[in-house]
Ligand binder design. Structure first.
Ligand code: GLY
Length: 312
């Protein structure tokens, strides 16, 4: 079998660079993680293993809203969601609203081989206990102080975060990774702390095929307001368009144009089996980095007026 050039794109959400330490710090984080994950792919690692490694590294980076550094919900608690999809097996697994673990993507990985593959809060906690995953508190000082500020203001000052206005941060934090390995397999993974200040029990798109989807044709990970992503069924919509014969850049462009028309607030990263990498967004910025087989690039200074971009 001809060896395929591995490819990779990952994101750290769609919110402002300022509260994440500024352009150079975000660039350094993204490029370093791209480089570590690409090394695994170059050494023959599978698309699924590369996605899991990428998600773990992004979950461990406190500047992004997933794993360590996740935002707090309306009751001051932290609940995380993550999912993993193996494109060749077309197998989706995930956890919804899990607490007190370091890497929710690890649980999604374990669930890939199980007959029950998507677990909510109680089931996820039971699974973590069964697997003897050490108890871990992902709360950071920044997130605790952010919530206390909200509490002091009786949740009035930035309640707009829930509806994406007026704060540019506006609950668009998520991380995600999409990979193509040297065997031509595609995988996608997405992980989040949610949109911040949400109701107890709210379910994120990140553990649904709306926010994370892959087949043997293409893979997509989304970021943005979960409800908007679910309304568009965005990840599955882009992937299915590719499966139906549309090329990935057009599938991304058409899906973003529809999302914009419907006034959705979202972004997505994707790649296909031919190695084309794309990204798109209706919001101002998407914090993505990629490896196209020869160089590392990113979308951090990409023209904010453009709905989508791509490279191969
Ligand atoms: N896209 C992440 C969330 O809304 O939960």
């Amino acid at each position: 079998m001809t060896k395929i050039q591995p490819k990779l794109i990952l994101h750290g959400g769609a919110s402002s660079l300022d509260d994440k330490g500024g352009l150079e710090n975000v660039r350094q984080s993204l490029h370093s993680i791209v480089s570590q994950v690409y090394q695994l792919l170059e050494n023959g690692g599978t698309a699924v293993d590369a996605v899991v490694l990428g998600c773990q590294l992004l979950e461990d980076e406190p500047r992004f809203n997933a794993g360590t550094g996740s935002v707090l919900q309306s009751d001051g608690q932290l609940r995380m969601s993550a999912s993993l999809m193996d494109g060749i097996k077309q197998n989706f697994s995930g956890v919804i609203n899990v607490s007190r673990v370091k890497n929710p993507i690890e649980l999604a990985k374990f669930l890939q081989t199980q007959s029950d593959r998507i677990l909510s809060d109680l089931g996820s906690a039971e699974l973590a206990r069964e697997l003897q995953i050490p108890i871990y508190d992902p709360l950071t000082e920044f997130r605790a102080l952010e919530w206390i500020e909200e509490w002091k203001g009786n949740f009035q000052s930035k309640m707009g975060r829930l509806i994406a206005q007026p704060s540019p941060e506006a609950g668009r934090g998520t991380i995600g990774v999409v990979t193509l390995d040297s065997q031509g397999n595609i995988a996608a993974g997405t992980s989040t702390g949610g949109k911040g200040l949400e109701r107890i029990g709210r379910v994120s798109d990140s553990a649904m095929p709306a926010g994370n989807y892959a087949t043997s044709n293409a893979g997509v990970s989304c970021t943005g307001i979960g409800e908007d992503i679910i309304n568009e069924c965005l990840a599955a919509r882009i992937v299915i368009r590719v499966g139906d014969g549309m090329d990935l850049p057009h599938a991304m462009e058409k899906s973003m144009a529809e999302s914009q028309k419907n006034q959705r607030d979202l972004g997505a990263i994707a790649l296909d089996q031919t190695g084309v990498i794309t990204w798109g967004k209706t919001c101002e910025i998407i914090l993505a980095g990629y490896h196209n087989g020869s160089t590392i690039g990113d979308t951090l200074e990409w023209d904010p007026s453009q709905l989508m971009g791509y490279c191969s």
